[in-house]
Design a protein around this ligand. Sequence first.
Ligand SMILES: CC(C)(COP(=O)(O)OP(=O)(O)OC[C@H]1O[C@@H](n2cnc3c(N)ncnc32)[C@H](O)[C@@H]1OP(=O)(O)O)[C@@H](O)C(=O)NCCC(=O)NCCS
Length: 203
Amino acid sequence: MPYADSVVKNSLAKRHVIDIQVIPAQQLTSTDQQSIRDLCAQAFGEDVWCDYGYLNSAFHVIGRQDDQIVSHALWTDRILSLAGRAPLKTAYVEYVATEPSMQGQGLASQLLRFLVSYIQNEQLLRTQLKVDELYQLAALAPEDSEFYQRLGWELWLGDLSIRQNGENIATPEDDVMVYRLSCTPKFAVTEDLSAEWREGEWW
Ligand SMILES: CC(C)(COP(=O)(O)OP(=O)(O)OC[C@H]1O[C@@H](n2cnc3c(N)ncnc32)[C@H](O)[C@@H]1OP(=O)(O)O)[C@@H](O)C(=O)NCCC(=O)NCCS
């Protein structure tokens, strides 16, 4: 089984035990793909899955109980930049969802803690995902920032923009949160932050 040694058992307070795995999008089975899409639809209350090209290179973090996917998150690689500084290789997190009947039992918190620990583990990244360049930041656009704040994510307070064709397009309506990793350079959340353009939702 791919990445078997990345599977961990988590004993949760309400006797729920889940396996957590990281699986690159290209190695997901079609059954898992459909289960993730269904899980997100149930959690968000509508089919939110978009078949954007960048999701083909996503890394899925999957929590299973009795072989059923009960919680999910993914990250894709993006380049975020602080004004006037070197660009940062960023793990951009999306599609965080827990099956409605399993919510409130710590599953998504477990997955997110696992995710930030995994993307800082040089050896796992190299051997399991064939990723050589380390992540310098994690980021996401929250539906509601409180849940992530409790897990150590910080709301960006400075100006946000998207870089396209050499221009910066301001995105003042968006909320972005960041997580500082072991090799994140020092910064203040009041600085200006930008990301490269992508299809679909910019943040
Ligand atoms: C948000 C979500 C992923 C949390 O999953 P979960 O497995 O229930 O999360 P956990 O059990 O680890 O944490 C739940 C805690 O976060 C809180 N929480 C959940 N959603 C929240 C939200 N939108 N805002 C603030 N707090 C939230 C819960 O009240 C709970 O608090 P408690 O432990 O004090 O009772 C889940 O509610 C979900 O799938 N929501 C719909 C999809 C969604 O909004 N995803 C996030 C997109 S950014």
